[in-house]
Design a protein around this ligand. Sequence first.
Ligand code: GLU
Length: 394
Amino acid sequence: MTNSNHISKRVASLKPSLTLEISAMAKTLKQQGKDICSLSAGEPDFDTPSFIVEAAIKALKDGFTRYGPAQGDAELREAIASKLSLTNNIPTDSENVLITNGGKQAIYNLFQAILNPGDEVLIPSPYWLSYPEMARLAGAKPIAINSSPKDGFKMKLKELEEQITSKTKLLILNSPGNPTGRVIPRSELEEIARILRNHPHIFLMSDEIYEFLISNEKKHISIGEIAPDLQNRTFIINGFAKAWAMTGWRVGYLAGPVDVIKKTIALQSQSTSNVCSFAQRGALAAIQGSRESLQIMVNSYNERRRQLTEGLNNIKGISLVPQDGAFYAFPEISKYKLDSLTFCKLALDEVGLALVPGIAFGEDQCIRLSSAVSVETIEDGLKRLNKLVSKLID
Ligand code: GLU
């Protein structure tokens, strides 16, 4: 077909996810025999712990292969509700929980269920790149609340207040954050809650997908715990992909007020139906099982985050805000006088290093590197980066 009118207005300007695109491209180049080092994907390099795999295999063998409730299996929802109630101190019932195809679908469904054309969504920047696209897909307008590397990427609360209008429908929080690795401290969450109390028309979405990937010095705190009085407008996003190395399983969840959850169930029942039945059994084993393997993975990410940070701090011209969580580094590259896309293109062309340009996350002065790769790959990546910047500085 040559006529572009067949593409809906809704998706005409929709961009594919650059994080997924770059990591897929790096894999293809490697398969073609090119010498590529990829620090692009935000994906655990561990295999899913075997007790989880075995639970899913058992479910398959037990005939757990049919349609299930669109909302998700009752046992899994109950286990998630109990985790939120007991670990996060957010009183939750299983009816408050929707199981989704990864955290991504939880966000997508929530946006479809609460956003109307013209609504404004406040997104602290740098942000994970799918938030603004999903807001646009729901007809809403993403509004970035900027922060700078100089302030350690702390959102300016004054700017947050200034950006609130009668059209503001939703504020997004993401802690530990992608791409900055920033963990929002309790005092700041309290301030944010205070601001929201003055604006009862604003909903809150807290994306806590990196909850467990946090340095030993920090503790994950959910705004849901801090502001129980906001519970009737707070939504929690989480999933199994990052903490339990289950990216391909696609199991995430949305937790929040029942009236909205009901609408997201209707949406899911008319679109994707239940999440893969035996994958949910794997997730149930994960959430109910021992945290030993999770802790081993977290310790390893912490170690590699330190390795990447140290290596980047030794590269001339790079400056880095230390990260407390997730598995990314988001250093500033403005000293090289290149925009982030040009820098990443040069990195790939000149030294075979795949990185994600900061512009994809709303910050053109930075690049994102993942530390969820082997120690050797981090070392190799740092060498390549060093080689590139020594050419740029010459
Ligand atoms: N969230 C990960 C990342 O930022 C995986 C890719 C994606 O879903 O965007 O790299």
